[in-house]
Design a protein around this ligand. Structure first.
Ligand code: HEC
Length: 268
């Protein structure tokens, strides 16, 4: 009798859990939560049901002595296993790693703005220089005989270009292309095409087009992902010209013909 009503209670609470979970999922979709969160909300609703089910559960037989200790250990091992498994399935972030990446991205931007300020000062100095020369010319044409020494300013030298391919590889990491693309046997969790042989299939010009405008080319067999616009359309806003040049140079070196790389198709 007690068992029967417990079964009923389990059924009722499971159904309530599914309904609440469903409502949460719909609400999360409407408010544009990513799918992983939608799944988590549903799991939370079901865990809530589980708690209420446990409250109604008939009491267990009392365990004592060694048995109680054994049961405690089993419970501990199960729970730890569950947590470890859960943690290894979910993506892990290393804060130090992320901070390092952000620093690298910011470095060039900071250097840029400092270079920008220097350029502006040099430009202003040049204007003043011109004016001083004009005044000198005017003075001498007036016969005043005044000699004004004009110091001319010279522009700052551009920094020597480093190893462009290494920089391109760094962009591959910083822009997180590896999230979707497998390369040298790693990455590609989000299932974009493998790129080990892309340098044989696309010219530097085409690679550049693809990065700046992902709709310009489509990897063969990836029609669905192409339609959905899986490859982000953000690099032209995020990356500087020289960063794109470096990335293209790096991609152009990828000519491992032993790795089957989807054929790019020109779209528009
Ligand atoms: C969120 C996932 C995602 C990210 C991040 C991403 N891509 Fe893609 N990429 C795709 C998908 C999916 C395709 C296949 C569909 C298509 O061609 O649009 C693709 C296609 C390509 C292709 C054409 C491959 C072929 O065989 O034709 C190249 C080249 C490429 N990506 C380069 C890059 C580079 C470089 C980056 C980093 C700056 C990058 N992608 C970042 C998802 C991504």
């Amino acid at each position: 009798m007690a068992n029967q009503s417990f079964t009923k209670s389990v059924l009722k609470k499971t159904i309530i859990g599914i309904i609440i979970g469903g409502i949460l999922v719909v609400a999360a979709q409407q408010t544009h939560f990513p799918p992983i969160f939608q799944i988590m909300f549903f799991i939370y609703a079901m865990l809530g049901s589980l708690v209420f089910i446990l409250l109604d559960a008939p009491p267990m037989k009392r365990l004592e002595g060694v048995k109680a200790l054994g049961a405690l250990l089993v419970f501990y091992v199960l729970l730890s296993g569950l947590y470890i498994a859960g943690a290894s399935i979910l993506p892990q972030f290393d804060p130090a790693d992320e901070a390092g990446k952000i620093e690298k991205i910011l470095k060039i931007r900071k250097a840029r703005s400092e270079q920008g300020k220097a350029d502006e000062l040099i430009a202003r100095a040049k204007v003043l220089d011109e004016r001083a020369k004009a005044i000198t010319a005017q003075l001498s044409s007036l016969g005043a005989g005044a000699q004004v020494e004009v110091a001319s300013t010279s522009g700052a030298k551009a920094p020597a270009s480093g190893d462009i391919i290494a920089k391109g590889k760094e962009q591959w990491e910083l822009q997180e292309c590896y999230n979707c693309h497998k390369l040298f046997g790693s990455g590609g969790k989000k299932r974009g095409p493998v790129l080990d042989n892309i340098g044989s299939l696309m010219t530097p010009e085409a690679l550049r087009e693809k990065i700046l405008n992902p709709k310009s080319w489509m990897a063969e067999g990836f029609d669905k992902q192409y339609e959905k616009g899986k490859m982000p359309d953000k690099y032209r806003d995020l990356m500087f010209e020289e960063e794109i040049n470096a990335l293209v140079a790096f991609l152009s070196t990828l000519k491992d013909t032993s790795v089957e790389t989807p054929k790019p198709i020109k779209m528009n």
